[in-house]
Design a protein around this ligand. Structure first.
Ligand code: NAD
Length: 369
């Protein structure tokens, strides 16, 4: 069995859960700089961090030590990368460290699952592209929304031709602020996270490309940042744009919420697909009324709601599940040497679009991508 090590135990806990369930790789080790996170399997959750990932583990696992579960604790990244027993590493460290950690992992010849965004500096990422293209090992990027069953249904409706040529794509994301308990508060500073648009809107640019199969041609972005004064970047971004050849897009993203709502709408010449995703069964945004996590509905313009086709999902449409599924898929695909669902080029393109959106906001005008 191939051996995987998770570096960084925040969201990395979902990676650990993925390798523990994988038939293609074992969770061989973990590595982190925070002693609390490596001293016990449940250490990450002690400080209230990443509580949504807790259900991926049993109570006994969380109470026990990593070593008791047969998982080695590495003192630092160098000891992981120099261990010839390690085949796979998941890099789950803060955004500004990704490119350097990717370089080190490639130098060590490991198969690599790199969390998004690929970095915060597009020029530095592009400078690495030739080396990545020539790299013989596997490299996947942590865009787990590509595995969300509701997103896959939207994509299936596009690929089957039922939606027809796409005229518009819109995405609305309303969420609570980023957690403030990250290592060294890295996420609150643009210097380390790139800000809202690089840190998280990169997911939505990735979905716009993945669902529609189209490339973005131009962007116009407006931002404001007055709600969370301890974050030195925008906390609301409204972005409009055009796709190459045909179609328009719109992304509205805010950290100003008290709940989680992700809504997507795809307007095709033959039909419209609507998708709503929540984080928990209970949501104030639907009056606390429904027991689903994800819904997709599809109909022709002007049709009655009763005639729409509807699909619903439960926990399988949540982010922790999707990350665990992505890790399992990465392990399987790297064992079979087949391409990953999100490639380095996909990671660079979503970072490039995020950087272009920021440029548009700074210049106050439309930018070509
Ligand atoms: N795919 C997703 O939806 C998703 C969700 C959350 C976070 N992320 C990404 O995951 C990454 C980590 O975010 P997080 O929320 O877990 O942050 P976090 O601060 O909670 O965890 C990062 C961990 O990395 C560790 N670390 C830093 N440098 C290290 C080093 N040199 N060696 C070993 N460990 C080191 C820190 O000690 C910390 O525990 C970010 O890039 C973030 O964008 C992705």
């Amino acid at each position: 069995m191939r051996k995987a090590v998770v570096i960084g135990l925040g969201i990395g806990m979902a990676h650990a859960a993925g390798y523990m369930e994988s038939p293609d790789a074992d969770l061989h080790g973990v590595c982190d700089l925070i002693p609390e996170r490596t001293s016990r399997m449940g250490g990450t959750f002690e400080s209230g961090s990443m509580l949504c990932l807790k259900p991926l583990f049993t109570k006994n696992q969380l109470a026990g030590k990593w070593e008791k579960a047969g998982v080695k604790v590495y003192p630092d990244m160098a000891s992981v990368l120099s261990d010839p027993e390690v085949d796979i590493v998941s890099i789950c460290t803060p955004d500004y460290l990704h490119l350097n950690h990717l370089k080190l992992a490639m130098k060590a010849g490991k198969d690599i699952l790199l969390e998004k965004p690929v970095g915060i500096d597009i020029m530095a990422a592009e400078a690495l592209s030739a080396e990545v293209s020539a790299y013989p090992g596997a490299l996947g990027i942590g865009y787990e929304f590509r595995l969300n069953p509701a997103i896959l249904k939207m994509r299936e409706l596009v690929l089957s031709g039922e939606v027809g040529p796409i005229e518009g794509f819109s995405l609305y994301h309303f969420r609570t602020p980023f957690r403030r308990d990250k290592w060294n508060s890295w996420i609150q500073k643009r210097e380390y996270s790139g800000g809202l648009i690089i840190e998280e809107t990169c997911h939505w640019f990735d979905l716009a490309r993945y669902i529609t199969g189209k490339e973005v041609e131009s962007l116009h972005c407006l931002t404001t940042g007055g709600v969370h004064q301890d974050f030195d970047f925008e906390d609301i971004a409204y972005i409009n744009g055009t796709f190459k050849e045909r179609g328009i897009l719109q992304i509205s993203h805010s950290l100003t919420g008290f709940d989680f709502s992700l809504q997507l709408c795809l307007h095709g010449q033959k039909g419209t697909v609507w998708c709503g995703l929540k984080e928990e069964n209970y949501s104030s945004l639907d009056g606390g009324a429904s027991d689903h996590i994800g819904i997709v509905s599809f109909g022709k313009p002007g049709m009655s709601p009763a005639d729409a086709r509807i699909w619903k999902w439960g926990k399988e449409a949540t982010e922790p599940q999707n990350i665990r599924d992505l890790v399992k898929e990465f392990a399987a695909r790297s064992a079979q040497n087949v391409p990953q669902r999100a490639s380095w080029e996909d990671g660079c393109q979503s970072l490039r679009l995020s950087v272009k959106a920021l440029e548009s906001a700074r210049l106050g005008k439309i930018v070509k991508t």
